[in-house]
Design a protein around this ligand. Sequence first.
Ligand SMILES: Cc1cc2nc3c(=O)[nH]c(=O)nc-3n(C[C@H](O)[C@H](O)[C@H](O)COP(=O)(O)OP(=O)(O)OC[C@H]3O[C@@H](n4cnc5c(N)ncnc54)[C@H](O)[C@@H]3O)c2cc1C
Length: 524
Amino acid sequence: MKPKYDVIILGAGHNGLVAATYLGRAGLSVLLLEKNDYIGGATTSQKVFPDYDARLSRYSYLVSLLPEKIIRDLGLNLELRRRATASFTPYVKDGRHDGLLLSNVDEEKNRRSIADLTGSDTEHEQMKKFYRLSRVFAEHVWDSMLEPLVAKEEFRRQFDVDDVSREAWRSLAEEPLGRAIERYLKDDLVRGLVLTDAKIGVFTHPHDPSLLQNRCFLYHLIGNKTGEWKVPVGGMGAVARELEQAARKSGADFLTNVDLRALDLNGKTREVEFGVDGKRQTVDARFLLVNFGRNVLAKFSGKPYQPNATDEGSVFKINMLLHRLPKLKAKRYPATEAFCGTFHSDEGYEQMNASYDQASEGRLPVKTPCEMYCHTLTDDSILAPDLREQGFHTMTLFGLDVPWSLFARDNENMRREAEKRFLASINQWLEEPIEDCLAVASDGRRCIESKSPVDIEDALGMYHGNIFQNAPTFPFAERKDQVGTWGVETGYENVFLCGSSALRGGAVSGIPGHNAAMKILRPD
Ligand SMILES: Cc1cc2nc3c(=O)[nH]c(=O)nc-3n(C[C@H](O)[C@H](O)[C@H](O)COP(=O)(O)OP(=O)(O)OC[C@H]3O[C@@H](n4cnc5c(N)ncnc54)[C@H](O)[C@@H]3O)c2cc1C
C-alpha cells in the first residue's frame, strides 16, 4: 500500500472493479478498500454448503444490463448463456394442472401455450404489442446510459417521432405501468407475469404514483436493447473474477477485511482512516469513489441519511442445493424445461395486489409471490463433476412483497416463517415437496439458506436490503441540475458514487462504475 493514491474506492463490488480498471488503465493509482473477506459484493459465487463443491450465485444470478461496450473496453472473457426457456407459470384449469411456458427460442410454442391458457390468440398478439413498447424504449435510451444525463424533456422529444414511440414514452415514463398492463392484457396470469419485472426487489404495485414500478420494469427490459436475462457461465463469481483480474492488471491495489473508521470529505485531500489486521491506517487520495450506498456514506459524513419511502428493499432469497429435480404436477412439461427459465408461483396480478396490501399492513402475505430458477440446467459448470453425474442441481428462489419492515423487529422468526411460506408456494405445483429433494450435509442439515432484507443489509450494507442499494432511477435527468452530469455526484468535491446508488445504478451493469470513472477522466 502506498501512502497516497489518486483514487480510493470504498467497497469492492463489481462497479468498484469496473471503475478501478478504467482509472488504472488511464494511469491513475487506485486502492480498493472492502469490508468483507471477498471481492465482488452482491456479484459473487460462494460454496454456500461446505460439504458440497457447488458454487452458488449467492445474491445476484442473471445478467442483462452489463453493456457490451464495457465488456469490450475491459476485454472481459465472459460467456453469458441464453436460457432455452424464458419462463414457466404453473396453473390449474378445469381441475387439471397445466403451465404457461414461454420459450426464448420458439415463438410458435409461446403462441400455443398462451392460447391454451386464454382460449384464443388475442392475448399473445397483445403481449407482443406490449413488449414492443419496451423494445422501442430500449432502442431510444440504451446507448445513453454510458453518457452524461439527458433532460427528461429532451428524451420526450426524441420519442415524439411515431405512434409506437409516443405510446412507449407515455406507458413507461409518464403513467403508472398498471394502466398499460390493463390496457393491453386481459388475462390475470399474463398480467401478473408482466408485472413481476416491475416488482423484483422493490415494494410497489401497478398504480403506484411514484412510478417506482415503471423504473424497476425498465431496468428489467432495456438491457443491451433486448432485455434478455442470461446465465453467466461459471456463475456470478466468474463475472467478479474477470473484473478483479482486469482491475489488478491495470495496477489497482486491494485490501479486504477493512474496518472503515473515518472519511475526511471536506479537507484539501480526501483522507481515509481504517483498521486492517488490528492496525490503524490512514491514506490520502485526490478522489474518493463510493461503491457502497448513500446510506453508508451518510454514516461517515455525520449527516443523517434521508431515505425516500421508495428506497425500502423487498426481497427474500433462498439458495438451495438439490440431489434431484422435483417432479411437476403439470405432466405435460418435463422438469428440465419448466425449471430452466423463471418459474413463477403465486404471481397472478390480483394475487400480487392482495400480497402487496397484506405486506403494507405489516403482515407476511398469505400467498407469497415468488420465482425460482435452476441455473445448472443452463450451466452445470458450477457443480463439481461428481455432483453433476449424480444429478445434483442448484435452485434459487426470489420472493416478492416482503419489505424490510416485516423483518426489522424479529428477523430470525420472520425468516423461518417466510421460508416456510415460500416453499409451500412452490410445493403446490410439485408431486413431492421440494424439501425431499434437498441435499443433506454431513451434520444432517438440509442444504438451504435464506436471506431476508435484514440479512442482505448486514452482509453488504444495502439500505434496508434494497438489492439496488436504493430505488432505481429513470434513465434521464428528472431535475434541471442533473442535466449533463454523470449522475454520480455526492455534493462533496471530488467524492463520487461508483455503485448502484448513483443515478442509473442498480443491477449487475458496471454502468455507474464506468460513469464514475468518466467523471474523473472526462470532467464536465
Ligand atoms: C439477492 C439479490 C439478487 C439480485 N439479483 C440480481 C440479478 O440476478 N441480476 C442483476 O443484474 N442484479 C441483481 N441484483 C442487484 C445487483 O446484485 C446489485 O445491484 C449490484 O451487484 C450492486 O453492485 P455494486 O458494485 O454497485 O455494489 P455492491 O455489490 O453492493 O458492492 C458494494 C461493496 O461495498 C462493500 N461495503 C459496504 N459497506 C462497506 C464499508 N463500511 N466499508 C467497506 N466496504 C463496504 C460491500 O461489502 C460490497 O462489497 C441482486 C441483488 C441481490 C441482493
